[in-house]
Design a protein around this ligand. Sequence first.
Ligand code: SAM
Length: 260
Amino acid sequence: MDEALAKSVARSMDIEDQPEVLSLLPELLADVDALGSEPGVIVDALRPLGIGADHVIADLGCGKGSVSIALAESLGCRVVGIDAMEAFIEAAGRSAEAQGVADLCDFRVGPIDELLGGSERFDVAICASIGDALGDAARTVGHARTIVRSGGLIVIDDVFLPDDTPPPATAYSTYADHATTIARLTSHRDVLVSERIQPHAEADAQNAAIMAAVRKRATTIISGRPELREPIERYLRAQEDEIDILTTVTIGATWVLRRA
Ligand SMILES: C[S@@+](CC[C@H](N)C(=O)[O-])C[C@H]1O[C@@H](n2cnc3c(N)ncnc32)[C@H](O)[C@@H]1O
């Protein structure tokens, strides 16, 4: 992975200030499948729009493939998932096998740019919790729509800021309030089909479950390799701070756009 790609991954995983932890992430996250978005929320957003067995979905920054696999299982669609982290893609392949949907899932290791620069066209492109890996909301949609057929769908699962709230950390410098975010999402003249605002309690529960699993795994790693105590404990503190922002400041949302 080159330096720019490693930086993109680190930023999306909230370890921009601690890039040395990147190689430990697969271990620390060994017990977590859904690394960002709630798969059921994305399924529920696409089901009423008729997405099914005839459709092919691109999952950009698919992590361990939890969203892709849920879509294949629930809607029967085919999915191409791409992610720069080889260990995540290996885990995605294993999960797809275990869930009996391996034939519907094509998981690839690589930069999102690889899919964006190719000639494949999809019925749906999903950007689920990839932060600003592709830029702010306008740029993210601008990139995603290049691989979606006219009339196809773009799903963005991300956050916005409450009104009159400055970015709570440098990682949120490209984020804006609701009205500005909607204006950016629709700046390419695509139509906003649906919006789901995530209740804070749901974000709380989701993040608490992830943190509990990571803490447990961290304890095991440290007991076997005490020299990793300092970076791992710093990682855990930074994740707690990040979760604090996600549960008290930013507001999660799932937007579906129909490509013009
Ligand atoms: C927070 S995780 C979300 C994973 C998944 N979408 C989910 O919701 O479970 C962000 C993912 O984006 C990937 N990522 C970030 N920038 C990337 C890039 N430029 N190319 C490929 N993958 C990238 C990371 O490796 C990571 O797996």
